[in-house]
Design a protein around this ligand. Sequence first.
Ligand code: NAI
Length: 337
Amino acid sequence: MPTPVTLIPGDGIGPSISDATVRILDAAGADIAWDRQVAGMAGVARFGDPIPDATLDSIKRTKLALKGPLETPVGEGYRSINVALRKTFDLYANVRPAHTILPNGRYKDLDLVLVRENTEGLYVGIEHYIRVGDDPKAAAESIAVVTRAGSERIIRYAFEYAVKHNRKKVTIVHKANILKFSQGLFLDTGRMVAREYAGRIALEERIVDAMAMNLVLHPERFDVIVTTNLFGDILSDQISGLVGGLGLAPGANIGINGAIFEAVHGTAPDIAGKGVANPSALVLAACMLLDHIGDDARATRVRTALESTIREGRTITGDLGGNATTDQFTDAVIARL
Ligand code: NAI
């Protein structure tokens, strides 16, 4: 039986990189039944809704989605659909692997994975202004909520990921020296979970500011990293930068009731419709999906074909310094499969 997966092509370059990804997975023989749905501007155009019920129903049914980038209007209009999907399906783990693909990059042989807590911390949206005298906005408070249960499930996810992917170490990144309660709870919970993996997966602790520096100086020393929402948001983009930017960065949002895989980059309006977008990030996201459904061997085949096409450097897209179109690059990857 093919695995049903919701496919949301997305806006801007989304449809073109989604087509490329589906072509590559088909050529690799992936046994997936795509259920095509719309969201974002495409959802507004078709149903007057950026997250149509049909799309949510599809993900509820399949529990798996591959999603192209979605346009979020700035300052007005609807709120981020990515955040709404995260909340609807309680996608608590944001997983961002980064490893060196491009030769001659700044760092050789990087291979690390950041696991970010996706539902708690400073992003719970509890904020208010405080009036002092005549000034209604004299002060503002944003509340960070960290729970033991939320910390435990994300840290356990990181350790289980390490076990499954033959990794050796989990680094817990925190600021418990200053935020003794919220960050302290996260760190304490991490130490407790780590005991269960003693002898198999090493535990390392890093304060976030030192971690930012260490990631620039010695990123090769890290393996799996787990941290709270805000720190994870910042460090995950930093890590993408270490290996050549967002064009090669896949991400997964994983919960108990579903998992959504996506490219980290946006809709690239400046090149949309020109047929020159790099589909690699979405293809790598699809490989994470294959891993997730247990088809690791096929994921490895697709990754190897994609990475060797990029390393060889003859048929690569403009963002990587080449002049191939999306279709030409896709054909080159398929030829290598
Ligand atoms: P962006 O990532 O779309 O573009 C930044 C730069 O990277 C542009 O020059 C673009 O051409 C280039 N680029 C991005 N992906 C590329 C690819 N696959 N191949 C070649 N070049 C690529 O970021 P920007 O411009 O800030 O955002 C544009 C729109 O995307 C906004 O509406 C934003 O809300 C949305 N967005 C959606 C995301 C998602 O759905 N996950 C994530 C980030 C932004």
